[in-house]
Each structure stands twice: as C-alpha cells, then as structure tokens.
Design a protein around this ligand. Structure first.
Ligand code: NAD
Length: 287
C-alpha cells in the first residue's frame, strides 16, 4: 500500500524509564514496551523482582537494565539518572508507576497515625516530582515526542471510603499531570495519566480477595465483566507513549472496564441493571 500512513507504535530505538518495573503494572508496561522494541531501564526497590524482570526481558531479546532503586530516595534517583546521562542516553518515555495504599484500609481514620500521611505522600506523590525533575534533561534530548505517563487510580476520580489519604494523593496526581503538561507542552513533552480500576498484581489480588462463593458475581460488577490485568494498563501506556496520542496531553485514560461510567450501577443475576446493591456478603472480605 502506498500514499497512506498510520501513526506507529514501533518503539525500536526508543528508551523508557519505568519505576516499579519489577511487578504488576510496571512490569506489564516494561514487557509491552520491550516487545515493541524499546530499551527498558527500570527503577525497582526489590532486588529479587529487579533481577527476575531483567532476566525475563533479556531472555525475550529486550535490551533491559532493571536497577535496584528506591524512588523515595532522591539521591539514589539522581545517581541512577546521572549514570544514564553520563552515557549520553535519552529517555523517550518516563513511566511514574510506583504507588501503594500501604494498608491504609487497616487504619480507621480516627485512629490513623499522622505518619501514615507522610508515608502515603512519599510512596504516591513525592517521587513523581523527584523522578520527573531528574529525568527532564534526558526527556529533553528526545523532545519533541518525549512523554511522561503517570500511573494514578480510578480513585482519583471517585471516592474510596477506606483510603481517604491514598485518594488525596491520587487526586493530586491529576492536577500535577494537567499543570506539568502546560509547562512542558511548548517543548514537545507530553504528560498524561492512566487511572486503573482494580487490577490483578502483586499488590492487589482480587483473585484471592473475592471469596469462592462470590466469584460468580465478578462478571457483573463492571460493564466489561472482569478485573483488570497489567496488560490492559500496558495497552494504555503504549497509546500514551506513542504517536497514536501525538496530540493528547494533560489528560487521563481511565482503564476501568467501564466502572467509572457505571457509577455504582451493576448487573443483577437476572441481567438487569441496579444501583441498589443486593447485599449477600462482604465483597472483598476486609471486615
Ligand atoms: N493494582 C491495582 O488494582 C491498582 C489500582 C489502581 C491504581 N494502581 C496503581 O498502579 C501502580 C502500580 O500498582 P501495582 O498494583 O502494579 O503494584 P505492585 O506492588 O504489584 O507493583 C509495584 C512495584 O513497585 C515496586 N516498588 C514499590 N515501592 C517502590 C519504591 N519506593 N521504589 C521503587 N520501586 C518500588 C514494588 O516492589 C513492585 O515491584 C501504583 O501507582 C498503584 O497505586 C493499582
């Protein structure tokens, strides 16, 4: 075929820096980008996960280096990026993926220690500033066309009753994304966010949380009838990192199986829709 073209998702010759690349959504994104030809640099706190992911990517033919690095440690982050800089490398896409509710649901708000706020801030928001700022000179080397993809949560757009602090920092990420997109847009660096609904990872395991007797209901809880997989988020990341989204910045892709649109509506066993729950158990069984 000649004379017509489509935007490309080919990532050969491109590099991605992915935080938390050793498991879950971060690893899913690393695998997808690697499969499309990208060189992968990971920052992962867990040495075993870093080693396993690096080995799996290399075995698959991906050029990959997964560094052991705690992204909450600004000195470590800057040292990692300085090493890339010293080799003259650029970063086409930075994926700020690290985040965790770190068991906030186990601490009822009236008894939650003040330190919980600091810990949730450090793991969900502060490093997004640190890593983005440190990576900027390397992103500039690949601009125009470089991108930042932040991994937020659908809970940045709806309430989460047991995790008000985690929710606060995920909401903050939306504002950071929008405003940084304006700062960096004129340089040709796009900034966007992915907001996942419940996704099967090391951190979140719906396959184990939902009691066997409630499994039959899972297909009716979201319009698309299942929980998310890292691969679903990886697809959104490919979109946001590639030419497909060349004119998209300062916004969010909700990767949620339609949950936000449903806004509390779900299907009954007879196939009708309701927003008045039929209470037959305690869902994830946290109580
Ligand atoms: N899984 C879900 O249901 C879900 C839903 C909404 C949003 N999210 C968001 O998606 C992102 C990824 O979540 P996930 O479920 O894949 O988590 P995960 O815990 O399964 O994977 C995160 C990875 O990051 C690593 N990590 C943790 N702290 C780190 C640090 N300080 N420095 C470097 N690496 C670190 C972990 O070792 C792990 O390998 C998070 O921002 C999370 O808030 C997840």
């Amino acid at each position: 075929m000649t004379g017509i073209t489509a935007p490309s998702i080919d990532m050969r010759g491109r590099s991605a820096l992915i935080t938390g690349a050793g498991a879950g959504i971060g690893r899913g994104i690393a695998e997808a980008f690697g499969a499309l030809g990208a060189r992968i640099v990971g920052a992962e706190i867990d040495p075993a996960r870093a080693g396993a992911t690096q080995a799996a990517l290399r075995e698959a033919g991906v050029e990959a280096e997964i560094h052991v690095c705690d992204v909450r440690d600004g000195t470590a982050v800057r040292a990692l990026i300085a090493a890339l800089d010293a080799r003259g490398e650029g970063i086409d896409t930075l994926v700020n993926n690290v985040g965790d509710s770190i068991g906030e649901f186990m601490h009822p708000f009236d008894r939650a220690p003040e330190e919980l706020w600091d810990a949730l801030y450090a793991i969900n928001l502060r490093h997004v500033f640190t890593v983005s700022q440190a990576a900027l000179p390397l992103l500039r080397r690949r601009a125009p066309g470089a991108t930042i993809v932040n991994v937020s949560s659908i809970e940045a757009f709806r309430a989460i009753p047991m995790c008000p602090v985690y929710s606060a920092f995920k909401h903050a990420l939306t504002g950071f994304t929008k405003s940084l997109a304006l700062v960096l847009g004129p340089e040709g660096i796009r900034v966007n966010t992915i907001a996942p609904e419940t996704t099967e990872t090391e951190q979140v395991k719906p396959s184990q949380y939902v009691k066997p007797e409630l499994q039959e209901h899972v297909a009716r809880w979201t319009p698309l009838g299942r929980f998310g997989e890292p691969r679903d988020m990886a697809g959104c990341a490919v979109f946001l990192a590639s030419e497909l989204s060349a004119w998209v910045t300062g916004t969010t892709v909700n990767a949620d199986g339609g949950a936000l649109a449903a806004g509390g509506f779900y299907r009954t066993p007879s196939g009708h829709w309701t927003n008045t729950p039929i209470v037959i158990g305690d869902g994830f069984g946290f109580s």
